[in-house]
Design a protein around this ligand. Sequence first.
Ligand SMILES: [Zn+2]
Length: 236
Amino acid sequence: MVNYPKVKFVISKKKELETFLAFLNESKYRDNKREMNWAFYKPHPKLKILKQKNLSSLEKKSIVVRYINFYYRGNLEKIKKGVLKTKKDWQSKEKHFFNLVDEIFKNHSWPKGKYIAYPTIWGMYPRYLKDKTFQFPYHHKKKNFISVIIAHEMLHFIFYDYLYKIFPKYKNPKCSFKIWNISESFNILIQNSKEWVEIFSQRAMSYPEHKDLINRMKRIFDKKQDINYLLKDLLR
Ligand SMILES: [Zn+2]
């Protein structure tokens, strides 16, 4: 019998803190001001206080901890409701999703992992390939938007596992950017195909810089709907 991962939905303030601090920490190494603004400061203007100079890391951390507690206190019911709805929506689609994935990935078995989905109040939804966890927005005005995100992250998990199995040399960290581009574009190709849009009633959004690659993949996939054929062409 095929074993499909059962996604668990877990509310975790700790995860919120980790994500925020990871991005804040990253700003030391690269300019991520634009992301910080739209994902964190714009939806949570109170946090702009962190932009002040001369705050120590410890002070910053305690500001964020207090903010997360404050936000969760005021919105816990909304967050719980959002998670319940997301869970219901996902569970109504997962059977279809897994069948489609089986077809694409030739019944490749799902990689082992925790498969935990954490709701987030931030505008960033990071995923952790290693332990198969990810975040999703706890609410969104577009119906089905969150199920599309979950399907997207799940596709990444199986895509990487599959690709590394057939082409182990691409595990090399030097290739990670190339593989990331392919993985993102592959998701768009699949998620915006007729069958998928019928199930999710919502298209996935792509990165503008992937337009050419997506079109190229579309041409290859139209010739032959076979993931091995596609990957061989892209990675030769
Ligand atoms: Zn992605």
